[in-house]
Design a protein around this ligand. Structure first.
Ligand code: FES
Length: 77
């Protein structure tokens, strides 16, 4: 299936989370902290919040969200 990561098409396997898709893109950055540090998924359990991204216009946890065809995913900068 195809999702759009920062407006670029990305082909991902069915059944993967957005966090896995982002990791497979070659740059696992999901957001930038208030101090400017790049963050990436850490716990994979919905606890650390480091995977928070804008997914279809809403802030969501990438590790808790399955990819859907045509999904728009943006790194939070
Ligand atoms: S990786 Fe920790 S909340 Fe998603």
């Amino acid at each position: 299936m195809i999702i759009y990561l920062d407006r670029r098409a990305l082909t991902v396997p069915d059944g993967v989370t957005v966090a896995a898709a982002v990791a497979g893109s070659g740059d696992d950055t999901t957001r930038v902290s208030c101090t400017g540090a790049e963050r990436a998924p850490f716990c994979g359990l919905g606890i650390c919040q480091d995977c928070r991204m804008t997914i279809d216009g809403r802030r969501r946890l990438a590790c808790q969200t399955l990819c859907r065809e045509g999904m728009q995913v943006e790194r939070t900068r």
